[in-house]
Unconditional design. Structure first.
Ligand SMILES: Cc1cc2nc3c(=O)[nH]c(=O)nc-3n(C[C@H](O)[C@H](O)[C@H](O)COP(=O)(O)OP(=O)(O)OC[C@H]3O[C@@H](n4cnc5c(N)ncnc54)[C@H](O)[C@@H]3O)c2cc1C
Ligand code: SF4
Ligand code: SF4
Ligand code: SF4
Lengths: 332, 111
């Protein structure tokens, strides 16, 4: 059986970038992607924060750079060890090195039953909003335009109750970006963002937040929605405390958008590599060893497999992982 | 709430962290260190059964206690019906009823 130089596990942003970099360095990689198409989550997004670049443009560049690279789609990698990867079904493929770029899972909003996702009409996730923006635009269940929308931050993040203690980092900026996109579509709508803390870590993020406040007239309320209930006319009633006023608030909205977090990929548990307490893959260390596996010297990590990251961070890490994998092959 | 005697005692507005007595707060936190992990999200207050009928605000009262501001805290915590709804929503998983009981026990009825 053919011995591959490097297998890239996962063909999302990280996997495509790692594979393209390996190819540039003269190493022919094999990408294994469980979906029928490469691209990962980015394929689902519409326009990207912080500057509304179209996601399909970014993806097109990544795919162009990875053109011609041998790719197996619709194939799930079950486990990884120093000898190569084992596919679901048991077939083993040998390789000299592996780049693991298996990404993250979206938090399943139905687990927060108190928000009624999947039960009430007009409760959506931030990922659903991206789907609508890529389709016919954002609409209520009955096809009409929303007059009043509430975004809720931290759904499935910073929440012990659902075993997700970490901050997903990108949902604040995603909720701000989407609030601005709704403002663009619905100039007269009332838009509220309910948050516990606003975390704007990236270049241009705080500016986008300020612009949402000032130009977008998005109202930010510091308080976590404790529950949502449906009204007879298909709207959603929410309860929170406006913690800056110290008083409970109640409001009825046409649409509730849950800013879902990034959770560790459920399949990480089977991979056979060491995990962090939250289920993300554990790199050697968080400073000089972020792309190295502590488990084997020929396994490298890139992207959201190890922690929530934005696309820029993901791509940089993928480049680094590919370079280190290529160096490893040279030194072998 | 303070009784209105017809004239106003204006309390100093600033919370004086140089002078406040933290002994009760520390005793409460020693028993329930998790309370220090509160992120002030207000979920407890939003869902509070007692808060629907009174001005009781669990988040605010326990935060005041942690700052060494005890005035009225016992009376306020006494409004809690110990229904436990707040614990269901607390993202930090704080045992809120234990907080109510511990604050009341450590403060005593004088507050
Ligand atoms: C709602 C939302 C909006 C976002 N918007 C932006 C934005 O505007 N700008 C920005 O910079 N970032 C954004 N992000 C972050 C961005 O999505 C990530 O940075 C990016 O997707 C990370 O790429 P990745 O390749 O690490 O992971 P993923 O995109 O998750 O890709 C992983 C790939 O690996 C495959 N895979 C997983 N396990 C296996 C396996 N065992 N075998 C085979 N294949 C496997 C998956 O099918 C997938 O294709 C957003 C995130 C969210 C949640
Ligand atoms: S980025 Fe914002 S919304 Fe997301 S988990 Fe962190 S604080 Fe919550
Ligand atoms: S236990 Fe007390 S503080 Fe908590 S919700 Fe019930 S009444 Fe309110
Ligand atoms: S729900 Fe928990 S974390 Fe939030 S304010 Fe109340 S006690 Fe603090």
């Amino acid at each position: 059986m053919k011995n591959h130089k490097v297998i890239v596990v996962g063909g999302g942003a990280a996997g495509l970038q790692a594979a393209a970099t390996l190819k540039e360095l003269g190493v022919e990689p094999l990408i294994i992607e469980r979906e029928m198409q490469t691209g990962g989550k980015v394929r689902r997004w519409h326009r990207l924060f912080p500057d509304f670049t179209s996601a399909s443009e970014v993806l097109a560049t990544l795919e162009k750079n990875a053109e011609g690279i041998e790719t197996l789609c619709g194939v799930m990698v079950d486990s990884i060890d120093a000898t190569g990867v084992t596919l679901a079904g048991g077939r083993h493929i040998k390789a000299d090195a592996m780049v693991v770029a298996t990404g993250f899972d979206l938090f399943r909003a139905e687990l927060k039953e108190e928000y009624g996702y999947g039960i009430y009409d007009n409760v959506y996730t931030s990922a659903d909003i991206e789907d609508m923006l890529n389709g016919d635009g954002v609409r209520l269940k009955d096809g009409s335009a929303p007059g009043r929308v509430a975004f809720l931050h931290c759904v499935g993040s910073r929440d012990e109750k659902v075993g997700q203690p970490h901050c997903s980092r990108l949902c604040c900026i995603t909720a701000v970006k989407q609030a601005m996109e709704l403002r663009e579509s619905f100039p007269d709508a009332e838009i509220y963002n309910y948050y516990m803390d606003i975390r704007m870590f990236g270049a241009g993020y705080e500016e986008m937040y300020r612009s949402a406040q000032e130009d977008g007239e998005v109202r930010f309320v510091r308080g976590r929605i404790s529950e949502a209930s449906p009204t007879i006319d298909g709207r959603v009633q929410i309860k929170a405390e406006d913690t800056l006023l110290g008083r409970p608030v109640k409001m009825t909205v046409d649409m509730l958008v849950l800013a879902v977090g990034m959770t560790a990929a459920e399949s990480n548990g089977r991979l056979g590599v060491g995990l962090q307490s939250g289920g993300f893959i554990a790199p050697r260390d968080l400073f000089t060893g972020a792309v190295y596996s502590p488990d084997a010297e020929n396994i490298f990590y890139a992207g959201c497999a190890t922690a929530p990251k934005n696309i820029g961070e993901t791509l940089n890490e993928a480049t680094a992982a590919a370079v280190k994998a290529a160096e490893f092959l040279l030194e072998k | 709430m303070s009784v209105n005697f017809g004239y106003t005692i204006s309390l100093p507005r600033a919370v004086d962290l140089d002078r406040n007595d933290f002994s009760v707060a520390l005793r409460v936190l020693r028993r329930l260190p998790e309370l220090e992990s509160c992120i002030g999200c207000g979920g407890c207050t939003a869902t509070c059964t007692a808060g629907a009928f009174t001005e009781f605000n669990f988040r605010r009262v326990q935060t005041l206690v942690r700052r060494g501001e005890y005035g009225g805290a016992y009376r306020e915590m006494n409004k809690c019906m110990l229904c436990g709804k707040c614990r269901l929503v607390c993202p930090r998983g704080i045992n809120t009823r234990a907080v109510v009981m511990t604050i009341k026990r450590e403060l005593g009825t004088g507050y």
